[in-house]
Design a protein around this ligand. Structure first.
Ligand SMILES: [Fe+2]
Length: 319
């Protein structure tokens, strides 16, 4: 099966304007739809779609007391043959709807909306990284760029909280052909589309509290400076950090997560692992150190950031 990664996440929301501002501040580009829906695009064409939480065409929300949340994840596949194979497979034990655009829609074993389409994304080429280290200077006679905001290149993964993790994992991996890349056995599974090279396009997490619900979506940016520029811009615009900036040992990336009025969180990532079938799957202990090598709990508030550099640097003396 040739899943190419994640193409679209559709939210049911209660405050359309606030949610639209979130994604614009995050750095996605508004897409003209002409039908009253709001869509926002990453640079590779991956979409965030916002609809009313009451939209009867959306799968029901999963989780307790949820008003705004992600309602459907659409994964890309390479061809219509892939789509037909998936439709036949899924139709064996659940309703599958085919839309006019050819996409197929159903729900996964926990009720999360699940769709597939021939991918609408296009490969992006990040600007060349120009980094100076001794002996390997690649930016010569040129000042480094400063980022006032981020412009995410692609959507990389979606994360669900699950209270039935083994059957949930088996559905995606054993039945639909996603590939495991790393795991907290019994507690968390990272999986990528079979034709995708992201470390993961899907992460299923069982925190052991008997809960289920959408957790977050993640986007890749092209530069560490852009990750910080994007995070600082979100902070200036009044959005709250969930956690970050920081760095994940699993998937190697720098991260910064923001609480999202659409539900859950949205994550900036930079320098995530890129994998193919030669990747070595590993099992990890679920510890804080394996979640984050380091992290700030509440972002970098401007008043804290500049606190240490008020006054003259010249006047500061080591103790
Ligand atoms: Fe993530």
């Amino acid at each position: 099966m040739n899943h190419t990664g994640i193409d679209k996440v559709t939210y049911g929301v209660t405050d359309l304007e606030k949610c639209a501002k979130f994604w614009t501040d995050f750095g996605l580009s508004p897409v003209k739809t002409g039908d009253g829906q709001k869509k926002f695009s990453a640079q590779n064409g991956a979409l965030i779609e916002l609809r009313s939480a009451n939209d009867p065409n959306l799968p029901p929300p999963v989780g307790d007391e949820v008003s705004a949340t992600a309602r459907e994840a659409t994964f890309g596949v390479r061809s219509t043959e892939d789509l037909q194979e998936l439709a036949a497979n899924l139709s064996e034990d659940r309703d599958v709807r085919e839309d006019a655009d050819g996409s197929i829609h159903t729900v996964d074993p926990l009720g999360y909306g699940l769709a597939f389409q021939v991918t609408q994304t296009t490969p992006v080429l990040a600007p060349e990284l120009e980094v100076n280290v001794p002996g390997r200077a690649t930016r010569i006679n040129k000042r480094a760029e400063k980022y006032d905001r981020a412009m995410p290149l692609e959507m990389s993964h979606i994360v669900y909280v699950t209270d039935d993790i083994e059957p949930h994992k088996e559905f995606y991996v054993d039945r639909l052909g996603f590939k495991l890349t790393d795991a907290y056995p019994g507690r968390g599974y990272f999986a990528r589309g079979a034709a995708a090279h992201h470390h993961h396009n899907l992460f299923l997490l069982n925190p052991g509290q008997g809960k289920r619900g959408f957790h977050h979506v993640a986007f890749e940016v092209g530069n560490i400076h852009e990750l910080f520029g994007g995070g600082n811009n979100m902070t200036r615009e009044g959005w709250d950090t969930m956690i970050g900036p920081g760095r994940h040992p699993i998937s190697s990336c720098y991260f910064w997560y923001f609480k999202n009025p659409c539900g859950g969180a949205a994550e900036y990532d930079f320098d995530s692992d890129v994998v193919d079938d030669n990747w070595e799957y590993r099992e990890w202990e679920s510890t804080p150190e394996n979640f984050a090598e380091w992290a700030l709990a509440e972002g970098m508030a401007a008043e804290l950031m500049f606190k240490g550099i008020q006054g003259s640097f010249r006047d500061k003396k080591p103790e």
